[in-house]
Design a binder for this molecule. Sequence first.
Ligand SMILES: [Zn+2]
Length: 285
Amino acid sequence: MPELPEVEVLKLSLSRFINKATIKKVEILNKNLRYKISSSLIKKLEGKKILKITRRAKYIIIHFENFFLLLHLGMTGLVFFRKLKNIKKIKTSFYYEKNEIKKKHNHLSIYFTNGLVMIYNDVRKFGYIKLLKKISDKPFSKLGPEPLSKSFNCNYFNKKKKNIKKNIKNLLLDQNFVSGLGNIYVNEVLFQSKLSPYVTSKKINKIKVVLIIKFIKKIIKDAIKKGGSSIKNYKHSDGKSGKYQDSFKVYGRKGLPCIKKGCNALIQRAFIGQRSSFFCPKCQR
Ligand SMILES: [Zn+2]
């Protein structure tokens, strides 16, 4: 499932390809996503120019003069490009040419006047695309701060966690507490912070909070730099895989030895809040 770094990398790719571009034609190939793609999208988008592309949490926001187009990738959403002419020659359609992406999972094609075609593909159909008048409304109104923003700091963390009985794993996944973190990166953050995923949030001391904040920011930044992680269907919009999965210290390492020096414990896997948790029973307390 794409998390913040993957969506940020997608935003950067989109900005490179279609910032300031004008839409020529919109084709809805299969409207069945988490919410049905509205056919009003076609009329609304054709002839319009993109002003800028931003990200909030795991949402891509494409800005137009009087409205916004919201894109959420769900579990398996992919955005990729091809050129109208000379399909075989361009790198941007790498996976498309290799036929790894099945055409039957293409939901939407947007043709731009610059000759590029943007395609949204989603095997499991949990993603969605919709028009918004304002970006202060749902789903943005309740979102917690961005993990890389200044407002996500120790003061905020200490204040918020005060009365929270749920465990730290579930707190970090709570989008109202901090937005954009998902299962993979939370596993990595807790490992680096030497904190058990089971610890009750309000019991975490201030020293640990400093570590958690530090590692959230560091890991998210590193992952963006490396192009995100490529597991379970995630690819850039320019068709390359991310590299951050090579840096996983704990995620997906069940039964393998902990990498911390002097620790000979084996990484365990457990389900917390129905999500896989990987942790070292010795280092993480
Ligand atoms: Zn260990």
